[in-house]
Ligand binder design. Structure first.
Ligand code: SF4
Ligand code: SF4
Length: 117
């Protein structure tokens, strides 16, 4: 016997609403997954390609020259660290602001700075 939707006033409407909801939920979750993937992908890429510096504390003599030339003003002598030779080594206070310009590395007389970019 054919299903008579007329017997239930809400059956057709309920069916449509349920169908659309499932479809919309599926599309929303698909879009959300795609967006989350893009966000994670670009965050990872940015992390991989982000410039940063590394100060070799063995060579750094705490002269502070590098701190005077950084255009982003992110280099300081670290007052909390004393090297084996008795110096406060330079360090970056905000690696995320580093542009990788390498001015600090060029200035360093002891070639203690490596720039990654
Ligand atoms: S590479 Fe450039 S921006 Fe980065 S710490 Fe050195 S001088 Fe500053
Ligand atoms: S210029 Fe070189 S030696 Fe001088 S503080 Fe900077 S990293 Fe250290």
């Amino acid at each position: 016997m054919p299903y008579d939707t007329g017997e239930c006033e809400n059956s057709q409407e309920t069916g449509e609403v349920t169908g659309v909801t499932i479809s919309q939920t599926f599309m929303f979750s698909t879009h959300l997954s795609a967006i989350l993937y893009q966000v994670c992908y670009h965050a990872k890429r940015r992390e991989e390609t982000m410039a940063r510096i590394e100060v070799d504390e063995f060579f750094c003599k705490g002269c502070g020259l590098c701190t005077t030339v950084c255009p982003k003003h992110i280099l300081e002598l670290n007052p909390e660290v004393i090297t084996d030779k008795g110096y406060h080594p330079a360090h970056s206070i905000d690696q995320s602001a580093c542009t990788g310009c390498a001015t600090c590395a060029v200035m360093c007389p002891d070639v203690a700075i490596t720039v990654w970019r």
